[in-house]
Design a protein around this ligand. Structure first.
Ligand SMILES: [Zn+2]
Length: 115
């Protein structure tokens, strides 16, 4: 069970990446430290997919690009039917889809309820 969403921070220039790349996108460095991306991110943009591969039970599926406080961007499933750019989300570990009867888990982004 994985709960925290982690990124990789370049030891040479400090750039944080998600997902991991072979070489730093900033300086081509190859040594990274794993760092937490944090519990909160902002929705930048999203799209709704109506034609989905087999094994995804949600339709339409909302995919969004989020940005964490450390400027790292990530792509993932958004768990609300009313996404709005700028809304606050938090990463949550859960089932994404089923492939050949195997369940695939990963991070989704859930809205943080505003008081
Ligand atoms: Zn770097």
């Amino acid at each position: 069970m994985q709960e925290k969403m982690m990124g990789w921070k370049c030891r040479r220039c400090g750039k944080v990446m998600y997902p991991k790349h072979e070489r730093c996108l900033g300086c081509k460095g190859i040594v990274f430290d794993e760092v937490s991306l944090g519990d909160e991110c902002n929705l930048i943009t999203y799209t709704k997919l109506y034609s989905l591969p087999r094994g995804i039970e949600i339709s339409p599926l909302t995919l969004g690009i989020v940005e964490f406080n450390n400027k790292v961007k990530a792509l993932g499933q958004i768990t609300t039917n009313k996404p709005e750019p700028g809304m606050k989300l938090h990463p949550a570990w859960g089932k994404l889809r089923t492939i050949d009867e195997k369940e695939v888990y990963g991070f989704k982004f859930e809205p943080i309820t505003q008081e």
